[in-house]
Design a protein around this ligand. Sequence first.
Ligand code: FES
Length: 163
Amino acid sequence: ERDKSTLFTAEIRAEIDAHIAKYPPAWKQSAVMPALTVVQDANGGWLTTELMDDVAAYLDMPAVSVYEVASFYGMYDLEPQGRHKVCVCNSISCLLQGSEELIEHVEHKYGVRSGETTEDGRFTFKEVECLGACRHAPAVLLDKTYHENLSPESLDKLIDELE
Ligand code: FES
């Protein structure tokens, strides 16, 4: 077996074990998504190949299947990220309620397009698919917190508070 990366600590393995415990023993691969979230959070918000390999080995699954999950779902990032993530929904309900305005505002005011990080490293901006908060569109996911009914002004206030 290959050496585990230094980031794949006992603490992280314990967190993953807690997710594995929710499934029948033969189904531990079902924990792949929460496991990726655990390692991504521990690594400043993005996944290295090494960490994905660690998860694959830990869950006894082919590394390529883990890469597929990580590239398919928008909540995983495969490149270094800013200190925060600002994800603006660009699906239909939010578009109808002004998310395009939010997106253009962020692009102009902060000089970033979707997938880019501000020069000061404060945040990475992402346009994402429906966040499941359509009833109070437009919605933004800031790190792990949902914010709804946003205007450019209220979004700015949230961004201003980021360290
Ligand atoms: Fe934006 Fe669903 S369309 S949260």
